[in-house]
Write a protein that binds this ligand. Structure first.
Ligand SMILES: Cc1cc2nc3c(=O)[nH]c(=O)nc-3n(C[C@H](O)[C@H](O)[C@H](O)COP(=O)(O)OP(=O)(O)OC[C@H]3O[C@@H](n4cnc5c(N)ncnc54)[C@H](O)[C@@H]3O)c2cc1C
Length: 269
């Protein structure tokens, strides 16, 4: 089975910074990791390959530094890697991102039987990209899958939602977005990392290689633009009171009176 896995390099959550002028995530010089759900998608692909044979191709659209993410995937066991990188891709919204990924996936030879994406990312977190790639390539899609069994030219899938588990049969070729199931991302061994970072070549495609026009990619090819970014107001203001039991009771009574909760209680009583 030919499996392609879309992986995105995301900023390590504590180090996310925003460029307030351009309303974009600052990715340069920031500690990055593979999006955790994409690691699970890769494990799913490697697990399927061990049962069904074939090869696993990892693919990413991002700045040059995303090559590191691809090399980590190679170290984990992927067979080949494709980096889609071009200054023209910068500022892409989810539509422009999906267009570039779909175009690249359609150029892979052999064509993938199965495309896997994470169900969402930890930075932009829209969950749009997988379904949009499927639409672009006119493929059947199932989102939020946590278990896969191959049966000839189809897959039997499980996905959970609202306490219910659906069992779905899908005919290949298809696209799935992967949710956390029983598989964990593996710890990479130094030896395999060393091999992946020194040896295997990575295929690089830019806008020209994909035959896309400037107006179809990046900021120019985006249908949406971020207008404003703000932090949501905090929902709860927790206060920790310390001191002797007497002080705690006094403080608590004072607070309740301040909030007029005690007055109402006394009035009702
Ligand atoms: C309106 C808007 C404007 C934006 N403008 C900018 C901008 O100017 N600059 C900027 O840096 N970002 C921008 N972004 C963020 C950028 O669009 C997203 O990083 C990108 O489209 C992926 O979306 P996501 O992270 O929500 O992916 P999701 O849809 O949550 O991801 C689902 C899965 O799709 C796959 N996937 C997603 N992205 C990639 C990728 N790049 N390569 C390979 N696989 C991938 C992965 O498998 C992932 O798990 C913008 C987003 C929006 C909504």
């Amino acid at each position: 089975m030919e499996i392609a896995v879309c992986v995105k390099q995301v900023p390590d959550v504590p180090s996310i910074r925003i460029d307030r002028k351009r309303m974009t995530v600052i990715r340069e010089g920031v500690e990055s990791i593979i999006n955790p759900m994409d690691q699970i998608a890769l494990e799913t692909a490697l697990d399927l390959r061990s049962r069904e044979g074939g090869q696993v191709t990892v693919i990413t659209m991002g700045p040059k530094q995303s090559e590191e993410a691809l090399r980590e995937c190679l170290a984990a066991g992927a067979d080949r890697a494709v980096l889609l990188s071009d200054p023209a891709f910068a500022g892409a919204d989810t539509l422009a991102t999906s267009r570039v990924l779909a175009k690249a996936l359609s150029r892979l030879r052999p064509l993938p039987d199965l495309i896997l994406c994470g169900v969402h990312t930890t930075d932009s977190d829209t969950g749009h990209v997988g379904p949009q790639i499927a639409e672009e390539l006119r493929l059947p899609q199932v989102c939020g899958v946590h278990e896969i069994h191959a049966e000839g030219q189809s897959l039997v899938l499980k996905k959970a939602h609202g306490g219910v588990v659906d069992t779905i049969r899908v005919v290949l070729p298809a696209l799935l977005t992967i949710n956390k199931g029983s598989l964990e991302s593996r710890h990479l061994r130094l030896g395999s990392l060393e091999k992946a970072f020194s040896g295997v070549g990575i295929t690089r495609w830019d806008r020209g290689d994909l035959g896309l026009r400037a107006g179809e990619v990046g900021l120019e090819g985006s249908a949406t633009h971020v207008w404003r970014l703000r932090n949501p107001p905090p929902k709860r203001n927790g206060v920790i009171i310390t001191g002797s039991p007497q002080r705690l009771v006094e403080h608590l009574l004072h607070k309740l009176e301040e909030l007029t909760l005690l007055e109402e209680e006394r009035g009702n009583g």
